[in-house]
Every structure is written in structure tokens, then in C-alpha cells.
Design a protein around this ligand. Sequence first.
Ligand code: KIV
Length: 282
Amino acid sequence: MPQPRSRSVPQRPADLQLRKQAGLPITVLTAWDALSGAVVAEAGADAVLVGDSLAMVVLGHATTLPVTLDEMLQHTRAVARGLEAARSATAGGRPLIICDLPFLSYQCSPDEAVAAAGRVLKETAAAAVKLEGAEPETVAVIDRLVRAGIPVMGHLGLTPQSVHRLGYRRQAGDPVSQNRLRRQALALEAAGCFALVLEHIPGELATELSGRLAIPVIGIGAGDACDGQVRVTADLLGLTLHQPPFSPPLLDGRGLAVEALRGWIRAQRTPTTPAAPSAPHC
Ligand code: KIV
């Protein structure tokens, strides 16, 4: 079986599974345009997620619900251009791109889901889609997508597209909901998901599922012992206005940027002494 080199760049969903089998940690970062795509690729992320969090982070919406499939496609194409531009710095090629299927692009019918996910694969350089939940209808959609040749990453726990039902609270806090999440995770693996995101759930449950599932479990707010971690890059860089409690920033990017720009504006407004006129040459 082919083994990944620790420094090779995963380009296919199966490469993430090889990393899990080899015991190598998986890092996934979000990107939303060419600039952020180039930065996360140069930083060496194993995969780049064009998450529907861009609705809030980039487009200024209050939730992820309003972002459209056309907007996701446009941002995914921009990210791919950024990755291509950063290629020389990413020794080994362009990392795997995963694109979120936005709210109502896959919930209405399996046919519509195939059409939406098909557009992602046909019209962008993404090689996989991510979608939320594991209700029976969603599992049926995933089964259909996988049989159509479309790699699917699952997403359980805090699922922002269900914000009006679940809120942004930590999920699976009691034994009944923990058992439901266990069943759902197994159902997603059985339906053919190549990986699973677990968001804002108890770390012990995420650790247990990382051990039980053959597919990689990628955590966010789910403890340190998953097969990999995913973060919203703008959160890590301290750029977002509303920092999730489970995703602390690495730096005060917003403060640093505002301070630097204030300095520049101050400098533009500071009158400079006009240079003395030079003596005329005869
Ligand atoms: O949309 C997104 O950025 C996500 C991550 C939080 C996993 O789904």
C-alpha cells in the first residue's frame, strides 16, 4: 500500500486516510480567496477547506445560511488560483481543496445534491465536498453522492447550518445525545464519507470516535486527540469579530492590522517640511 511521506502534499481525499493509517496528524485550514489560499498553502496545511463560514467571516452575514452555491463556487475558484500561485512554495503540489455545500443545496433532494456537488467538482479545482448532519435523508444523499464518484466529508456536533435549532452551543453533552452522535458517525462512515469533522463536542467522545472509525476524524473544539484538527483561519489569525470560545487566536491580527494602518494614516496626515528649492543651474 502506498505510504504518504510526511512532507508530501495530500491532493486526494484518500491521501488523508493514508495519513491516518501512518499515524500522521492532519491539518485543515479554511481559505476564502486567493490571498488566504496562498497563505494556508505556504504554511503547509494538508487540506484547504472553503468553508461556508465565509458567509460570516468574509461576506458579513450573521449566520452561514445565506451563502449561495454560486458564491461558494466563486470563492473556491479564487482559493484554487491562490494555491496555484503559491505552488513553488508548497514543494510537492497543490493541497487537497474541499468545498462546503451551502444550506439548501443538498437538503431538498438527492438529485439536487448531485447537481450541486457535481458543479463543485466540474467548475472548481475542489476534489471533495463537505456537508452537515446525519439524518436519514442526509445519509441517503451522501450514499448517492459517493456512488456518483463525489468524495464527501461529514460534519457532526455543532452544525452551523442548524443554528436555529441547535444554536452555537456545545453538543453531545448527555449520554443520550452522545449515543446518537456515535450512531450517526458510524452511519456516515458506512455511507462512504472519507473523513468526518466533529465540532464543539466533548473531547473524550471525539477521542473514542477517532479510535473506532477507520476514516480520519478532524476536530474543532473537540479535544486534542483527534486524527487531525481544522480551524477557521481568520479565527486563528485573530481577525474575526466574534471569536468562538473553542478556537483561541494565535495572534491579535485585527489589532496589529488596525495599529499598522493607523500609523500609515497618521504619517500621511503629518505635514512634511517642504524641501528647499535647489539652486538654479546656469
Ligand atoms: O465552514 C467552516 O469553516 C467549517 C469549519 C468550522 C469546519 O465548517
